[in-house]
Design a protein around this ligand. Structure first.
Ligand SMILES: [Zn+2]
Length: 280
């Protein structure tokens, strides 16, 4: 019990630190800047942050949400991203225990959270996280296949090499399906429906979750996105002269993919088996 509480809290602290790094990524990656140099600055007055003002969450609380030099109010998403990463890491530990699965879950949570916030704020899904995430996802999967001698879920009878080939096919499939939808949409509507960033993000999710859970993610994201569009339509936000239909406005689809991906990470397996039982 004490062991578990201690490690959950430790996972939370590690998550806070990664959340702080994620904030740097969120600000710099869409602008093609290095995430390592220069050191963190106040986005408003450009004063480099002192170490004690750069402690995740705590500094924000102590400074009451303002920059020490210029009193600029730090946007709420900075501490929220840190807190969310901390909570997600703690939940990953509680849900998956210790092992490669936890590492996979934490990495995916980190990537999804970052991509969601970036898409929301800038409409961009940088390759560093999507393509980089596919690469890291494959490496972690290979590690999990060889590090876990126990049953690997549905691939229980499959040799490790075969499991890896299947995972690579899943990534390709997860990219090809939305690419086909994109192509058809462009033929019919003569305009761009789905961004390439979304396609890469879905392939990245497949690198971590496999094909079935990725399809669940895509389905949930489309349903959530459609519901969001209908909600906006009701509020008449998107119906203007330039944007006659809610479907022609640009929705931050990466946000829905991120939320659906997080759902699938924690509840995908149980949702799919429930669905399978229903149709047997
Ligand atoms: Zn400042």
């Amino acid at each position: 019990m004490i062991f578990s509480v201690f490690f959950t809290f430790f996972a939370f602290l590690v998550g806070l630190a990664f959340g702080s790094f994620l904030n740097v990524c969120i600000v710099r990656l869409p602008q093609d800047e290095s995430v390592i140099r220069p050191r963190s600055r106040c986005p408003n007055c450009q004063t480099p942050l002192r170490t004690r003002d750069n402690v995740p969450l705590l500094s924000w609380l102590l400074l009451r949400g303002r920059c020490r030099s210029c009193r600029w109010q730090i946007p709420l998403h900075y501490p929220l991203v840190e807190l969310a990463t901390g909570v997600l890491f703690a939940v990953c530990f509680l849900h998956f225990g210790t092992g490669v699965h936890t590492l996979q879950a934490m990495t995916l949570s980190f990537l999804l959270l970052g991509l969601m916030v970036m898409d929301w704020q800038t409409g961009l899904l940088p390759d560093d996280l999507t393509l980089g995430g596919i690469f890291v996802g494959i490496l972690l999967y290979i590690l999990s296949v060889y590090a876990l001698p126990e049953p690997r879920g549905q691939l229980i009878l499959t040799a490790p090499e075969m499991a890896i080939v299947i995972r690579l096919l899943a990534i390709a499939g997860a990219a090809l399906l939305p690419l086909a939808v994109r192509w058809i949409y462009r033929k019919i509507r003569k305009r761009e429906g789905l961004g390439l960033g979304d396609v890469k993000m879905l392939a990245m999710i497949a690198a971590f979750l496999g094909f079935r859970q990725t399809m669940l993610t895509l389905f949930l994201a489309i349903v959530a996105g459609a519901m969001y569009a209908l909600l906006l339509l009701r509020k008449n936000h998107m119906v203007t002269a330039e944007e006659p239909s809610p479907w022609s406005a640009t929705l931050p689809f990466g946000v829905f993919l991120g939320l659906a991906g997080l759902y699938s990470l924690f509840f995908g397996e149980s949702t799919i088996s429930l669905y399978m039982r229903f149709f047997r």
